[in-house]
Write a protein that binds this ligand. Sequence first.
Ligand code: ADP
Ligand code: ZN
Length: 740
Amino acid sequence: MASIAKVVVEISLDREFDYRIPPHLQSVIGVGSQVVVPFHSRELRGFVVGLANHSAFSAKLKEIAGVVGDKPLIPDLIMKLAYWIADYYCAPIEHAVRTVLPSAVRKRGAQHKKQLFVSLIDAPAQSNGAGSSVYGTLPSKQQLVIETLQQHSSMTLTELKERAGCSESPIRTLEKHGLVKIEESTILRDPHAGLELLQTKPFDLMVEQQTALDIINASMDKEKPGVVLLHGVTGSGKTEVYLQAIQHALDKGQGAIVLVPEIALTPQTVDRFRSRFGDCVAVLHSSLSEGERHDEWHRIRNGEAQIAIGARSALFAPIENPGLIVVDEEHEATYKQDESPRYNARDVAVMRGHLEKCCVVLGSATPGLESFSNVRAGRYELAEMLQRVDDRSMPLMRIVDMRIEAEKQGRPQIFSSELVQAIYDRLNSKEQVILFLNRRGFSSSLQCEQCGYVAECSECSVSMTYHKRAHKLLCHICGAEEKVPPRCPECGDPDFKYAGMGTEKIEEVLGKLCPKARVARMDSDTMRKKDSYRTVLDQFRRGKIDILLGTQMIAKGLDFPNVTLVGVLHADMSLHVPGFRAGERTFQLLTQVAGRAGRGEKAGEVIVQAYTPHHPAIQAARRLDYQGFCDQDLEFRRELAYPPFTHLVLLTFKGEHELEVQQTADRFFEALERILPASVQHSPAMPAPLARAKGQWRYQIMLRCEHTVRMTKPIRYVQSIFKMPKGVTCTVDVDALSLL
Ligand code: ADP
Ligand code: ZN
């Protein structure tokens, strides 16, 4: 038996420490165990990441002080995954270990909730009805308790007090007399308590669905299952395919993991899985309480739940022997974590699938170019569903050129006459409308008419956004709030111009255009409260709202049959985001938003307003031409050696003093350049597109190469010898999505 444990502790040191395992703990400590160890003069928690019989430091090793739980919290394979993440994403191992275990499970004091249960003790003379005589002499309160317990075999003390309408004392008296027993027992907090769901039966599949399912099931049955990219247009019934594929896994005695993007993780989505599979579904979601998350996780670890569904981190659910991992909306940027380790759950899912020998399904109406090119290269299989369920037609998309509209009306317009007419038509026929604009607030900036001064955040290099209702300027990067100045701080002129538009402004204009319509606005300003999202969607479903207006919050996943018109107000907005992915993002966003229309019996229409109507991304979205878009965008990426033809690593240096940040980035670059292999493309440190955020100046170094290790290895080496000044930090983002 191993006598030495390699331990990573909770604080960030990116290294392992050897500890001696005391004999009495040798049988319970394994890789993945959470342990308590002496560290300098204190005790820290940590995880065992390896075992050994010898240590180079044998002479003065300290002993492990204790272990948490009787079985390692992190299964072997998940530990392997953590190492892979640390290695691939250039992150300290303890960050990776922290990521694979939810804080609700990892934290000190995390434990099952204990409850007191009360049950009857069989009275000796209870047969032939004489039992009643034992109870017959009891005071009425106590009798009531007995009667209540006779109806239910056992119940919690709290519930019993409620049902019997008494305090704790008669129950305690009965306990003293040996008539009832009160025991402490673990109960699981059920986040779905009180929800009655009707069980759904599998649908008869459409032809394309069946073909897709066959491909997935065949892959699952292989000795070495692979990755299947499920490209299914919006409304093609992807979820039903997932459900039946999961059933196949269950039939084989295996479990499954389903990842959905955070914003799509609505009760609506979860219910679809729970109403098919009931209690063997565990949900891991940030809106659950810590306790619920802890219990759901343990339900999986104990094998009570075989299906885990959740956002990004559900990928690490300790499902034993999964047969299938589904990543829905695989193109979503929310799968990328924006703090260390900066992993992409979609890509790590493929790695877990590889380690577990389990099939991975990546599903989307607009698969990312990375996944699509993996199909072309023969690494993934493709399953396509290009028809909507029941042959409902895809919505017709029309593009309105807002430059022409501006000429017609003599000034820039918010609503084209076409869109206004279409909205009126829907209101008349009692159908519903979704309007989409990717910017909250009232106007994008506040500008002085006289001198051109623009109100900017004092901490970030962006202009402040005017929010009318609050009559405030807000920074959308750092959240800073400022009063609107009474006159221009530069020239003293009292007149400001409000340029651009946000959802709040649209709401106001709509109020004038159609005063009778019931409009709801959905963005992060109006959705502050926990339940507001659900409430508004509920009202919309019940027809209490005519027009739903919102930011990207409403772009995904919503399925409302009575929506027959979707309007996109400024489609080019996402084209102006810096970086080579702007076209792809715009195409995806338009396709997804358009997919909200015509999901019922009636056909849908989409009106897209744009200032660059001929942009290829907008035109491809109009033609529903995914392949065409890919061909074109891939060509441009190949020429410029951008992903998916290379991997991209972004180093960002941040600090309060610009000169110091710049010089540090330069010095780092010099050290790096000396050892970078020739196959790595690089350019010197430059100010980031978002040059300053939250008071920190930002400089970037971008590297590109076909092989990630050729970049990360040299980076790690330079990191290990480089002396970073106190005021500067450096983050490494492997396969970065945002280049800000
Ligand atoms: P997607 O996720 O691909 O956009 P959904 O899975 O939401 O599509 O399916 C759209 C609708 O079609 C849902 O209401 C779903 O219940 C229904 N549906 C799916 N498959 C079938 C089928 N084979 N027969 C009838 N209805 C189906
Ligand atoms: Zn700011």
